[in-house]
Design a protein around this ligand. Structure first.
Ligand SMILES: [Zn+2]
Length: 187
C-alpha cells in the first residue's frame, strides 16, 4: 500500500480521520498513517510519501500500482489520479464527500468511463459542515471496492455511481458512460 498525502494533521481532521490522534497534531499525515496501519497489522507493507500530488510526481508515485484510490476529496488531486489511471489503464476508485452526501464510483479507462467522461458535479453552495461519519461510510465502501479489485472479483461500481444521502438515509445510483471523444481516456 502506498500512501501519498502532503498535509499535516489538524484539529479539524480528528473527528473524521480515524487514523489520527490528538498527539499527532501538526505531524505529517502520511507518516502517521503508515505508523498506525503497521500498529494495527505488523505484516502490512506500507510506503508513505509526504508529498502533494502534482503533474511532476503523479506518474512516479503511481507507478507499478494495481489500482488507485482517490480519497483526497480534492478536485485537483482527483484529476491528476485520473490522468495516471488513464495512462496506465488501471482502475481508480473515487469517493468524495460533502455536507451530508457521499459519492463513490470506479473509473477504469479502457473498460469504462473516467473522471472526465463522468462529469460528476459537487454543488459549490453546500453547507460547509461535513458530517463526521460520512468519510467513514464512504471510505469503508471504497475499501470494499478496492479489495474486490485486488482479489479478482472485479469492480462493483464500473459505470455506476453510488450516492449516499445522510439526510434521507438512502443510497441511490446513477449510470455513467464512457465518452468516445474523451480527451483523457479515449483510445
Ligand atoms: Zn474519459
Amino acid at each position: 500500500m502506498r500512501l501519498v498525502d502532503g498535509s499535516r494533521v489538524s484539529l479539524a481532521d480528528l473527528n473524521h480521520q480515524v487514523l489520527f490522534r490528538e498527539r499527532d497534531l501538526g505531524k505529517p499525515k502520511a507518516a502517521i498513517a503508515e505508523r498506525r496501519l503497521k500498529e494495527i497489522n505488523p505484516f502490512v507493507t506500507v510506503e508513505s510519501y509526504g508529498k502533494v500530488l502534482s503533474q511532476h510526481n503523479v506518474f512516479r508515485l503511481t507507478a507499478n500500482c494495481h489500482a488507485l484510490i482517490d480519497a483526497s476529496n480534492n478536485a485537483g488531486a482527483g484529476a491528476l489520479l485520473n490522468l495516471a489511471a488513464a495512462k496506465q489503464r488501471i482502475p481508480l476508485v473515487h469517493a468524495r464527500v460533502w455536507a451530508m452526501t457521499g459519492l463513490l464510483t470506479t473509473f477504469w479507462p479502457g473498460r469504462g468511463p473516467c473522471l472526465v467522461c463522468a462529469c460528476l458535479e459537487t454543488p459549490s453552495n453546500h453547507h460547509p459542515a461535513l458530517l463526521s461519519p460520512l468519510p467513514g461510510i464512504m471510505g469503508a465502501l471504497q475499501a470494499l471496492e478496492a479489495l474486490r479489485l485486488l482479489g479478482g472479483l472485479g469492480p462493483a461500481l464500473l459505470g455506476r455511481v453510488l450516492i449516499f444521502k445522510g439526510d434521507q438515509f438512502n443510497f441511490t445510483e446513477k449510470i455513467i458512460r464512457s465518452n468516445p471523444q474523451c480527451p483523457v481516456c479515449a483510445a
